[in-house]
Design a protein around this ligand. Structure first.
Ligand code: SIN
Length: 282
C-alpha cells in the first residue's frame, strides 16, 4: 500500500490496496492517515454493496440517512446519490443534481455526532462533479484571537437545510420540522485533541444567545474564514474511488457543473461517533 499526501494539511491518497482484504495493520495505517489528513481517498476499488458496508463498518456504526427516499431499498444504511437527476417530465431535479453543493459538514442537524461520510464512486461524468474539502482545524487556528475569544463557549442550532431549509423536499413530511440540534461552535476532536470550527454555513440556523442580526453577521464572518482557508483539497473523481471525510473537522462541497445527462452515481454511508467511543478517545 502506498499513501500520498497532495497537501501537508489535508488529503491522503492510498493506492495499491484492496479494502476487501485489508489486514488490521493496513487498516490502522489508513485510519491514522485519515485522522491526520481529514480526507482519505482509496483508489481503484471494485466493491459489492456488502463489501462497501463491511469496509465502512470498520470505521464505526452506520446510521441510515434521514433522507429516506434515497436509501437503498434493501440496505437502509446505504444512500444512493445521483439517481434521478431528471424528473419524469424531463425537468432537472435540482434536489438530486445539486445535492451536496454548498459548504457544509454532514448531519449537524442530528444530536449525535457524525464522525465520517464515505462515498464510493460507481459512475463519474466526463467533466465536472468534483468535491471540495476544507480543514476546519486550519480555519480555527488562523482565526484572530479576538474572534476566537468571541466564539468560545458559543453554541449553534442546526436544522436540515439551514435557514432556507434548502433541499427539504428530499425529506419525508414527518421529518421536515424536527427540532434543531445544538452543537458547540468550537469543538475539540475526540481522537486528535485538536480544536476546529463547527459552524456549518449551510445547515446553521443561529447562534444561541445572540440577537438575530448579530447571529447573521457572525455566520457570514465565520463562513468567510471557513471557506477561505488555504487548507483545501479538490477531489477529481475516478470510478472505484472511495473517499472518507471527517465531519468533526472538515467542510465539503460538491461542485456540480457536470453534464446533466451524464451519470454521477455514488454509494454513501454515514458513520457515527458513539458516545462511548468519544469518551474512550478523550
Ligand atoms: C455530500 O455532500 O454528501 C456529497 C458530496 C458529493 O456528492 O460530492
Amino acid at each position: 500500500m502506498k499513501i500520498d499526501r497532495p497537501h501537508p494539511k489535508i488529503g491522503a491518497i492510498a493506492n495499491d490496496v484492496d479494502v476487501r482484504t485489508l489486514s488490521d495493520a493496513d487498516w490502522k495505517s489508513l485510519y491514522d492517515a485519515w485522522l491526520d489528513s481529514v480526507v482519505l481517498v482509496v483508489r481503484g476499488q471494485t466493491l459489492t454493496i456488502d463489501d462497501f458496508l463491511a469496509y465502512s463498518r470498520r470505521f464505526g456504526r452506520l446510521k441510515p440517512h434521514r433522507v429516506k427516499k434515497t436509501r437503498h431499498a434493501d440496505y437502509p444504511e446505504l444512500t444512493v446519490m445521483g439517481l434521478g437527476t431528471r424528473k419524469p417530465d424531463g425537468k432537472v431535479d435540482k434536489t438530486i443534481y445539486d445535492r451536496g453543493g454548498g459548504w457544509h459538514t454532514d448531519s449537524p442537524w442530528d444530536t449525535e455526532i457524525c464522525k465520517g461520510t464515505q462515498l464510493y464512486a460507481l459512475a463519474i461524468p466526463s467533466i465536472g462533479g468534483d468535491t471540495l474539502f476544507a480543514s476546519m482545524y486550519e480555519a480555527y487556528d488562523a482565526l484572530p484571537d479576538t474572534l476566537k475569544k468571541r466564539i468560545e463557549g458559543l453554541k449553534a442550532e442546526h436544522a436540515y437545510g439551514g435557514r432556507g431549509r434548502r433541499g427539504n423536499e428530499l425529506l419525508d413530511p414527518e421529518d421536515r420540522q424536527r427540532p434543531p440540534a445544538v452543537h458547540p461552535v468550537v469543538r475539540t476532536h475526540e481522537e486528535t485533541g485538536r480544536k476546529s470550527l463547527y459552524a456549518n454555513p449551510y445547515h446553521i440556523l443561529r447562534f444561541q444567545g445572540l440577537a438575530e442580526t448579530e447571529s447573521e453577521a457572525l455566520i457570514d464572518e465565520l463562513a468567510g474564514h471557513m471557506t477561505s482557508t488555504p487548507a483545501q483539497y479538490r477531489h477529481k473523481w475516478q470510478v472505484g474511488d472511495i473517499v472518507l471525510w471527517d465531519n468533526r473537522c472538515a467542510l465539503h462541497s460538491a461542485t456540480g457543473s457536470y453534464p446533466i445527462d451524464e451519470k454521477r452515481i455514488h454509494w454513501r454511508t454515514t458513520i457515527m461517533q458513539d458516545p462511548a467511543e468519544a469518551q474512550r478517545a478523550a
